[in-house]
Write a protein that binds this ligand. Structure first.
Ligand SMILES: C[S@@+](CC[C@H](N)C(=O)[O-])C[C@H]1O[C@@H](n2cnc3c(N)ncnc32)[C@H](O)[C@@H]1O
Length: 450
């Protein structure tokens, strides 16, 4: 196991954890200030109000007071981000709070809220969440559809489709949905599948109408149906099983619902990443041992393989998005290789008449959460050293992407880009789907004190 080494300047060293060498090299290579991990600075604890849109002002004010009484510290609404509450003491356990135990609130950092709200989901949308587990954002997106209040007309009946490659994490997502969406979960489906190749389109129009489903299946089963009779029975059954949701209400599981051809109105690619921006995640290593950061966060080739995976997830999410609609790409990493270089690779493949970045809602005006600019080379030398001199135009197209940085935002770290699809582009070869640049693998990093 690698030896831990202190990082940071002399005054901060006393409160900086002993970070292991590969993690230090990762920080240095990504231009991440180790001060982010200074344990003497505490971020607030954030929670989200379930079904915020249905709650009265009176309910919310009482909820804040109740949480304050249970937590024994200052509690306030986050004015710029609807539905979020800030608890001053991060050490508070949610199980201490009755509103959490009752299912009225859920733990969620406000940075994650900003990423999900950046999708501007509206009632009636078919939403795809391509890396959905453990499900905090999926639940928020479901709340935004407000289906329980909408009438059941086909236009108002939006859906959320979650995809995650890990059955174990999808199970956590299912528990969260069951606990909080309750009987209103009839429009949420989750697939255990690889988001880089996932291909199930949005549920077919009228999926929620038992009569429409019955009529469609009767016509499919009819012996006179030529498309059906041309497929052997065994193969038909296999087709019906593949592409089936892993967790869904009955109507959303029907072959009718799952054989749609329309694309999604909104796509979230909250990509797998090294989680280095999630302070809650990193601080767990204080108990587990800081040296484990090496194996868990930057072990082996992870810093190389993860940006490639992210590029593929982003590209597949884009393929499944309707023209005229919006995709949000986010990570809870501060790594330029997982953020700007993945987004830059994407923009290099999709010209300005196909993909444009839009400002992230909720981040303008007084009282808004403060963000950091995206990473860009500081001078000509750095453009050259990073091998990016030919890519300046790609960086100039990224100006609306943002970084939430614990040092300035008072939130966990998060990178968010909102991309509008103007039209479909040409089909790509898999070998073309790469970031702008990849980091050196950890084996090549020589650990040095920062
Ligand atoms: C950052 S987490 C997502 C957090 C989630 N959006 C939320 O708000 O709760 C990334 C997720 O991506 C999943 N993942 C990793 N590789 C994937 C792949 N190829 N396809 C789909 N999901 C993947 C991981 O299992 C993990 O649950």
């Amino acid at each position: 196991m690698a030896n831990a080494e202190p990082v940071g300047n002399t005054t901060a060293t006393a409160t900086l954890p002993l970070l292991p060498p590969s993690f230090c090299a990762f920080l240095r290579d990504n231009h991440i200030d180790a001060e982010v991990y200074n344990t003497s600075r505490q971020l607030p604890r954030y929670v989200r109000i379930i079904r915020y849109h249905q709650r009265s002002k009176h309910y919310i004010d009482e909820l804040v007071q109740q949480i304050q009484a249970d937590a024994g510290c200052k509690v306030s609404k986050v004015d710029s981000v609807p539905g979020f509450i800030e608890i001053a003491d991060q050490a508070i356990r949610l199980s201490q709070i009755s509103a959490y135990n009752n299912g009225d609130i859920v733990g969620m950092d406000v940075s994650s809220g900003i990423a999900a709200l950046a999708m501007s989901v509206e009632p009636g949308d078919n939403v795809l969440d391509l890396c959905c587990a453990p499900g905090a954002k999926l639940l928020l997106l479901a709340d935004l559809l407000d289906n329980h209040r909408s009438n059941t007309s086909a236009i108002q009946r939006g859906t959320v489709t979650g995809v995650d490659i890990s059955p174990h994490r999808a199970a956590t997502c299912r528990s969260l949905v069951k606990k909080h969406a309750g009987n209103d979960r009839g429009f949420i489906r989750v697939f255990v599948d690889d988001g880089t190749t996932f291909d199930c389109k949005a549920p077919q129009h009228g999926w929620h109408d038992p009569q429409a489903v019955k009529a469609a299946s009767a016509s499919v089963n009819s012996p006179s149906s030529s498309s059906d009779s041309s497929v052997p029975k065994a193969k038909r059954q296999k087709q019906a099983v593949s592409g089936q949701p892993w967790f869904a209400p009955k109507l959303l599981s029907t072959a009718y619902a799952c054989s749609g051809t329309q694309l999604y109105d909104r796509v979230l690619v909250d990509a797998e990443c090294t989680h280095d921006g999630s302070l809650v995640h990193v601080q767990k290593y204080a108990q587990w041992g800081w040296d484990q950061l090496d194996t868990q966060v930057v072990d082996g080739n992870k810093s190389v393989t993860v940006p490639i995976l992210q590029s593929k997830l982003l590209e597949n999410g884009w393929r499944l998005l309707k023209p005229g609609s919006v995709l949000v790409y986010s990570t809870c990493s501060l790594s330029r290789y997982q953020n700007e270089f993945v987004l830059g690779g994407f923009l290099a493949r999709h010209a300005e008449d196909e993909a444009v970045l839009e400002p992230i809602p909720l981040l303008a005006g007084s009282g808004a959460i403060v963000t950091s600019p995206i990473w860009t080379p500081v001078d000509d030398d750095e453009w050259d050293r990073a091998g990016l001199s030919q890519r300046r135009s790609v960086f100039s197209r990224m100006r609306h992407a943002v970084r939430l940085n614990p040092l300035v935002s008072n939130t966990s770290g998060m990178f968010i880009a909102r991309i509008k699809k103007l039209q479909h582009g040409a089909q790509l070869e898999e070998s073309e789907i790469v970031p702008l640049a990849l980091p050196p693998s950890t084996q090549q990093c020589t650990p040095q004190p920062i």
